[in-house]
Design a binder for this molecule. Structure first.
Ligand code: NAI
Length: 395
């Protein structure tokens, strides 16, 4: 099949197997070029197939020679439609890990369920030995409570009053205006249920009970704070409440892991183009401005650069630097005062007519398509390609 990008709303419904492999291989090459790292040896990554979770899996494998077990929720190809990008990413990742002589296995299913947790524990016991790093990197629109069967949806809404700001239709290349109505109490609670720390805690409790966590184990989850302009809709909105919950959970988990001398951290990461962030209104416009400023300053990072620095300068450095709330801050470059000042100035100034000059929206679009394997020089997109690709560890 010749695979072309098909965009619907903020998502691309096709993915290119060879392009996704190229994306994974570029990230592996970046890590190898940077050099090896002291770090974990046996890693469980929940949300391992795209974005920050995939980058964490790659840094663990290519930087630290770690064995990895990845959990994710992706769609495989039926031969007519392509698989999702995360499926192809994982297939390429496993091949590279195996070539490097490292164990890599994957579980495709709902990480919120008891069943998937049990499958992971069984694999860890049989095939891995004790886990020294658990990475929690889910970005999910809904969650089914594994005990009650009740369904919860997460929403991105302000609290108390509606919020209006400039936004962008990235694909049409147009500046628009977005108004988001305030959340109901139920929506706030449901968003916390999905994106807060409850499921992270369930994972850690189950892993602890099963005695599959190593002495000195670490666990991390990713959070975001962001600029003043998105405060009302993000950090002080429903998702922000969920992130606060996640951050409190880290403290509870550190207490829970005391006997193993384990620690849980939340890492506040940089805003990046991923499938999750592309779905948020207003934020992509801010990201466009941020990229432009950080690229000019030479401090721009993608997922892989962020996570490499997380491992090297924070999580596995001699001393783990945190802010006063105990959070690791790999968003440090993003939050520098001059970067914020300049990015907000661009955000305020840009119009549809000046999108290309002011924001370099082309590079945002390029990056978006790369998430789905489109736009890599080494791939011939005119060629037929086999879309049914196996992930070696999944039958
Ligand atoms: P992403 O959309 O690229 O990755 C999400 C991962 O979760 C994928 O592996 C997907 O398969 C998996 N997943 C979703 N639902 C699942 C389910 N029910 N069961 C199993 N796996 C499931 O998202 P991204 O952006 O990497 O986000 C990961 C975390 O990083 C989130 O907590 C997000 O809030 C946080 N973050 C993201 C930032 C950004 O700008 N993209 C900035 C700072 C933090």
């Amino acid at each position: 099949m010749i695979v072309e990008p098909k965009v619907r709303g903020f998502i691309c419904t096709t993915a290119h197997p060879e392009g996704c492999a190229a994306s994974v291989n570029h990230q592996i090459a970046y890590v190898k070029n940077q050099g090896t790292l002291e770090g974990p040896k046996n890693v469980l990554i929940i949300g391992a197939s795209t974005g920050y979770g995939l980058a964490t899996r790659i840094v663990s494998m290519a930087g630290c020679s770690a064995n990895t077990l990845g959990v994710f929720y992706e769609r495989e190809s039926n031969g007519k439609k392509t698989a999702t990008a995360g499926w192809y990413n994982t297939a390429a990742f496993e091949v590279a890990a195996t070539d490097a002589g490292l164990y890599a296995s994957s579980i495709n299913g709902d990480a919120f369920s008891h069943e998937i947790k049990e499958q992971a524990i069984e694999k860890i016991k049989k095939e891995m030995g004790k886990i020294d790093l658990v990475v929690y990197s889910l970005a999910a629109p809904r969650r089914i409570d594994p005990d009650t069967g009740e369904k919860y949806g997460s929403v991105l809404k302000p609290i108390g009053q509606s919020y209006t700001n400039k936004s962008i239709d990235v694909m049409q290349g147009q500046i628009t205006e977005a108004t988001i109505e305030p959340a109901t109490t139920e929506e706030i609670e449901n968003t916390i249920k999905v994106m807060g720390g409850e499921d992270w805690e369930l994972w850690i409790k189950k892993l602890l009970e099963a005695d599959v966590l190593a002495e000195g184990v670490r666990t991390i989850a990713y959070s975001y704070i962001g600029p003043d302009i998105t405060l009302a809709m993000y950090r002080e909105g429903t998702i922000g409440k969920a992130k606060e919950h996640l951050e409190h959970t880290a403290k509870d988990l550190t207490a829970l892991l005391k006997d193993l001398e384990g620690v849980a951290y939340v890492t506040v990461a940089k805003a990046l183009v991923t499938q999750a962030s592309a779905a948020i209104p207003i934020v992509p416009l801010y990201i466009g401005a941020l990229y432009k400023v950080m690229k000019a300053k030479g401090t721009h990072e993608g997922c892989i650069e962020q996570i490499y620095r997380l491992f090297k300068d924070f999580l596995y450095a001699d001393e783990v630097k945190t802010d006063e709330e105990g959070r690791i801050r790999t968003d440090d470059y993003e939050m520098e005062a001059d970067v914020q000042h300049d990015a907000i100035a661009l955000f305020d100034q840009v119009t549809t007519d000046t999108l290309q000059q002011v924001l370099d929206i082309q590079s945002y679009q390029d990056e978006f398509f790369k998430l789905f394997g489109f736009g890599f020089d080494e791939v011939d997109y005119e060629q037929d390609v086999e879309v049914k690709v196996d992930i070696p560890s999944i039958e």
